[in-house]
Design a protein around this ligand. Structure first.
Ligand code: NAD
Length: 485
């Protein structure tokens, strides 16, 4: 008897319990060897006073099984409830969100009959670190963090995924023409890692035109990898243009634990009526079977499901007069898939999965350790909350604070240089960046010099709201210049 693989299952809210029952029925019918632990998450747990929607005992199960099949949940309305998905993702370090977006033409209506893309979204960094501050009356900020190890992990995952799934090309989207340091690092890491995969094509697009091309001609893409925010937006766009949000599953992969789910929510208005389409969760479960090494069961389930779609047996969300043959409920759809276990699709491409030796090899292939760059402190950006008069007035006052090895180099407002030599047309908010560099051209400065500058700034009555030290790394500038600089 093959060994049963322990997994943790949450039945969720709304349509969750129905689509989970249908999914587990199909997995069982296809011979999946699973040892299921059930946990409670979602609405009930939130309303019982747990603001994260998950009980401490549920974490123990997840740490034990390391595999989570999750139905959608309802986040109650009103403040104070934390997003369960974000909590699980961050707590368990699920760094890769993988979302295949496939069209099933001519069986499901779509404008893009040839679409077959997989979006690999970085899941932990970027603007989603949630570090936000209100700094002045007028200005708030959100910190965008991109790390080299984080970028290496996700980009390598995308290339490994492409190789394992017989894909031909990996495309990277960033906006590094504007965010030269953050998105620039992601792009640079992509170029470095792409060189290790000569068997796969690679390309980079600026995200705006890339997104336009994806929405217009998705068949031009294969596997896409991108930072968190672009991935969040574009994975929904891609799922929608493939035909239906009800048909897509997704995987959230970490180094220790992985979570599999449908991309849609708990659709409370459809709950309890045997109406919902279980396909999104089922395809999430197929990704789970591949992940735990039950690849032949994954193929059987996926192919039986494709054959069911081809046979025109559709739930209400996909059903179309003239295309579909029979409108069925959740349970009947699951039965129809089970009846077709062992069959393959006749028109659509049959699913084929490689046994996953993969995850282990991925870890072995960590990028070589970087040598530490020589880091020199060369100045400081002092941010001020100030709204008294013009940029020139402020510049002239700050020049009076020069000394002790530091001098005012320039000032910008919302990234636009306004001193020296600003333009009177530039709109200025109450948020000023004042750049002080060493008096000696290209010289280094000390923390002590910066502290004494801040004392002078405070004594002169200015409200400094934050500072950013300016460093070079092996002589390379580690900070951006200004527009107009
Ligand atoms: P939703 O995805 O639940 O529903 C959007 C629309 O799609 C609805 O018209 C619904 O009837 C339809 N739909 C969704 N899944 C379907 C399926 N399997 N079969 C047939 N039709 C389906 O999004 P929403 O209405 O914005 O959110 C409802 C609840 O779900 C909210 O509480 C939200 O917080 C939660 N949600 C949870 C998750 C998750 O757990 N991963 C994700 C998104 C939303």
């Amino acid at each position: 008897m093959p060994k049963r693989v322990p997994i943790t299952v949450a039945h969720g809210d709304g349509i969750g319990p129905e689509i989970m029952a249908a999914t587990l029925h199909i997995l069982q019918g296809a011979g999946a060897e699973l040892d299921i632990e059930t946990i409670d998450i979602g609405e009930k747990v939130y309303l019982a006073g747990n603001s994260s929607g998950i009980e401490p005992s549920a974490w123990e199960s997840l740490r034990r099984t390391k595999v989570f099949l999750k139905a959608p949940i309802t986040t109650p309305q009103g403040g104070g409830y934390k997003s369960l998905n974000v909590t699980v993702r961050k707590t368990l370090g699920l760094y890769a969100n993988v979302r295949p977006c496939v069209s099933y033409h001519p069986f499901v209506e779509t404008k893009h009959p040839q679409m077959d893309v997989v979006i690999v979204r970085e899941n932990e960094e970027d603007l989603y670190a949630g570090i936000e501050h209100r700094q002045t009356q007028q200005v708030v900020q959100c910190l965008k963090l991109i790390s080299r190890p984080g970028s290496e992990k996700i980009v390598r995952y995308a290339f490994e995924y492409a190789r394992r799934n017989n894909r031909q090309k990996v495309t990277c989207f960033t906006k590094d023409n504007i965010m030269k340091l953050t998105d620039g690092l992601f792009h640079k890491v992509f170029t470095e890692i792409a060189a290790e995969y000569p068997d796969l094509e690679n390309e980079h697009w600026i995200v705006d035109i890339g997104a336009a091309k994806l929405a217009d001609t998705p068949e031009a893409f294969d596997v896409l990898v991108m930072p968190n925010l672009y991935g969040d937006v574009l994975s929904d766009v891609a799922a929608q243009i493939a035909g239906s949000v009800g048909l897509a599953g997704s995987a959230n992969i970490g180094e220790h634990v992985a979570m599999f789910e449908a991309i849609h929510g708990s659709a409370p208005r459809r709950a309890g009526q045997n109406l919902a389409n279980p396909s999104g969760l089922l395809l999430g479960a197929v990704m789970m079977l591949v992940h735990i090494g039950e690849t032949s069961v994954a193929e059987r389930v996926h192919n039986a499901w494709l054959r069911t779609l081809e046979d025109g047996i559709h739930t209400y969300d996909v059903y179309k007069e003239g295309v579909s043959r029979e409108k069925v409920g959740t349970k009947e759809f699951a039965d129809a898939v089970v009846e077709r276990v062992g069959l393959t699709p006749q028109t659509l491409k049959a699913a084929k999965y490689k046994p996953a030796e993969s995850e282990a090899t991925e870890k072995k292939q960590a990028s070589p350790a970087q040598t530490r760059a020589e880091k020199d402190l060369v100045g400081v950006d002092v941010f001020l909350d100030w709204s008294a008069a013009t940029a020139n007035d402020l510049g002239n006052s700050l020049v009076g604070l020069n000394g002790n090895g530091l001098k005012l180099e320039m000032m910008s407002n919302r990234g636009v240089k306004v001193w020296p030599g600003g333009h009177s047309e530039t709109f200025c908010s109450d948020h000023w960046r004042c750049r002080f560099l060493s008096e000696l051209n290209g010289g280094t400065v000390t923390h002590r010099q910066i502290v004494s500058l801040l004392e002078r700034v405070a004594r002169a009555g200015f409200d400094f709201i934050k500072t950013e030290n300016l460093y070079t790394f092996d002589g390379e500038r580690g900070y951006s210049l200004d527009q107009g600089a």
